[in-house]
Design a protein around this ligand. Structure first.
Ligand code: PLP
Ligand code: COI
Length: 354
């Protein structure tokens, strides 16, 4: 499809890349494409970054028909910009669209939208250590009626933000509270889809955790509040008595691309990784008897984030003396090495923009 490009007449000054937070500054342009049931996807364009206007009855404002993705472009030492596993995001976005009854985007077209946009904005990719250009594709239902139906009109947008680290702790271990009241998602619901509603539902527990001095919560399953699911907006992994274990994808967990990459790196190196149900009782027992060796979250924003402390039913457990463990550190070094082009990409995960 032809993508019309309208460059801004007033480019902004680029920020000092040593002071970046997460998702606060946006680049000069945005990608937009419209969908109607008659015409399909059409009018793909890259235009100056600006507010958008919506009809007050627009579906997304009332019934939450919204999905999004998150991926990054990285500046390598040779100056080139590359993306990490963008096809995985394209596929996951379509799985989310199917769940929310939003229109899927043909994979080749979605990839073209993403790479064309990154090519236009690539100069915004910062170069300070640990920084990158965070890409946020999102889609919402945009019918101008209050009826509750699958939509006939939708909008797809991509925005980009130069970012530093997600947690203020950076790669330092974070404190996590195990949440046994609120749940994030249930099987049969939308947990495996990346839709805005999942995050709206998670904010109350996140707020309570922050008020008690924790960075995020560890979610338990929505039926029995027994099995571990995710940590905040990341997948979670543990090393217990030599076994590397991560919750199996049962439908309520987002299939993270960083999770998949960690598993592939570890398996290639001969580790056994078990994707299985892990109960909070098993985890608490491992913390009590000292067999929990390492715990870490993994996601695009933080890459790999060691967990240094867990609180469950007001009991506080320290993991690995509050320090990053060797497997966590190795995964962080390997993934960030491939993402920033410091290590050879034997998996073929990166896509160079130029
Ligand atoms: N789980 C949730 C709920 C998330 O929002 C994310 C972030 O995208 C992840 C897991 C990790 O997924 P990924 O590694 O694809 O970023
Ligand atoms: C991630 O990329 O790991 C995230 O969880 C993104 C978050 C800002 C929703």
């Amino acid at each position: 499809m032809e993508i019309r490009i309208e460059k801004t007449a007033c480019p902004k000054a680029k920020p000092d890349s040593s002071t970046l937070g997460f998702g606060k500054i946006f680049t000069d342009h945005m990608f937009i494409m419209d969908y109607t049931s008659g015409e399909g996807w059409h009018d793909a364009r890259i235009v100056p970054f600006a507010n958008i206007s919506l009809h007050p009855a627009s579906t997304v404002l009332h019934y939450g028909s919204e999905i999004f993705e998150g991926l990054k472009a990285y500046r390598r030492a040779d100056g080139k910009v590359q993306m990490f596993r963008p096809w995985e995001n394209v596929r996951r976005m379509n799985n989310s669209a199917e769940r929310l009854c939003l229109p899927e985007i043909p994979e080749e077209l979605a990839f073209q939208c993403l790479t064309t946009f990154v090519d236009v904005e690539k100069d915004w990719t910062p170069s300070a250590p640990g920084t990158s250009l965070y890409l946020r594709p999102f889609m919402f239902g945009n019918d101008e009626t209050l009826g509750v139906h699958s939509v006939k009109n939708a909008t797809f947008i991509i925005i980009a933000s130069p970012v530093g680290s997600y947690y203020k702790e950076g790669i330092n271990p974070v404190k996590i509270m195990i949440e046994d009241a609120d749940v994030r998602a249930v099987r049969g619901g939308t947990g495996y889809a990346k839709c805005g509603g999942n995050y709206a539902a998670s904010n109350r527990a996140g707020k309570r955790a922050e008020e008690k001095g924790y960075s995020q919560v560890l979610w338990l399953d929505g039926v029995e509040r027994r099995y571990i699911e995710e940590v905040g907006a990341m997948n979670v992994m543990f090393k217990i008595n030599g076994e590397i274990v991560t919750p199996a994808l049962t439908g309520s967990i987002l299939p993270g691309i960083t999770r998949k990459s960690c598993i592939e790196v570890l398996k290639k190196e001969g580790y056994t990784v078990n994707e299985r149900l892990l109960s909070v009782d098993e985890l608490a027992a491992a913390m009590d008897n000292g067999t929990l060796e390492e715990a870490w979250g993994c996601g695009t924003a933080a890459v790999v984030s060691p967990i240094g402390e867990l609180c469950y039913k007001d009991k506080i457990y320290t993991v690995n003396n509050g320090a990053i463990g060797p497997v966590t550190q190795h995964l962080y070094d390997t993934l960030t090495g491939i993402q920033w082009g410091r290590l050879a990409d034997d998996f073929g995960w990166t896509h160079v923009i130029g």
